[in-house]
Ligand binder design. Structure first.
Ligand code: AMP
Length: 213
């Protein structure tokens, strides 16, 4: 089962991906996580990407397409994968189609999480990530109970000014990707402003009833 988790920053893609990994035993491929790992390892690619990411701009299509193509060659993606944060431009979506075609695969479903801008701003500016466990929290909505406060960090691009820019770029560059997949009849829109567990239930139901798994 090959799926894309789609939606604006802060829609809950990462949170839902973690649930789906457990349920379906397929890996999450988050281009944001791959890029952050490159930054942490101070690779040339990471250093180049960091400036763009810190400003809330997108990293170049060629770079992310190359990362995803390599990742999709790995064996753990054979039975399926969850793309999170990719494709983010129509150009990326077209390249992804070509990458998958070479592997005789295709996207089965695009799960689009719908969340309004004011809610996104609240969510992202309060978001904290554990550098130990990778778990995602919110200082008010989902405060951590068994984490050491020193392990919780705010992403450099989760500040209000940067989020506003990320949202602007989402509307201009990423929202059109949804139309690309709507035309192919692959999109399921899911209301993302609810308690996380209800969203997970709806996604799992939808995938179990619509995909060969
Ligand atoms: P995310 O963790 O998905 O919110 O991504 C964080 C940042 O990484 C984005 O704001 C972009 O700067 C960069 N990024 C992640 N995925 C992509 C992508 N598919 N295309 C371009 N830039 C990306």
């Amino acid at each position: 089962m090959n799926i894309i988790l789609f939606g604006p920053p802060g829609a809950g893609k990462g949170t839902q991906a973690k649930e789906l990994i457990e349920r379906f035993n397929i890996p999450q491929i988050s281009t944001g996580d791959i890029l952050r790992a490159a930054i942490a390892n101070q690779t040339p690619l990471g250093l180049e990407a960091k400036k763009l990411m810190d400003a809330g701009s997108l990293v170049g299509d060629d770079i992310v397409n190359g990362l995803v193509e390599e990742r999709l060659k790995e064996k753990d993606t054979e039975n399926g994968f969850i793309l999170d944060g990719y494709p983010r431009t129509v150009e990326q979506a077209k390249v992804l189609d070509k990458i998958l075609e070479k592997q005789e695969k295709e996207i089965d479903k695009v799960i689009a999480l719908v969340v309004e801008d004011d809610e996104i701003l609240k969510r992202i500016t309060g978001r904290r990530v554990s550098k130990k466990t990778g778990k995602i929290y919110h200082i008010i909505y989902n405060p951590p109970v068994d984490e050491n406060p020193e392990d919780l960090i705010q992403r450099d691009d989760d500040t209000e000014a940067v989020v506003i820019n990320r949202l602007k770029n989402y509307k201009a560059q990423t929202a059109p990707v949804l139309d690309y997949y709507i035309e192919k009849g692959k999109v399921a829109e899911i209301q993302g402003e609810r308690e996380s567990k209800y969203i997970t239930e709806e996604i799992i139901d939808l995938l179990e009833n619509n995909c060969n798994i």
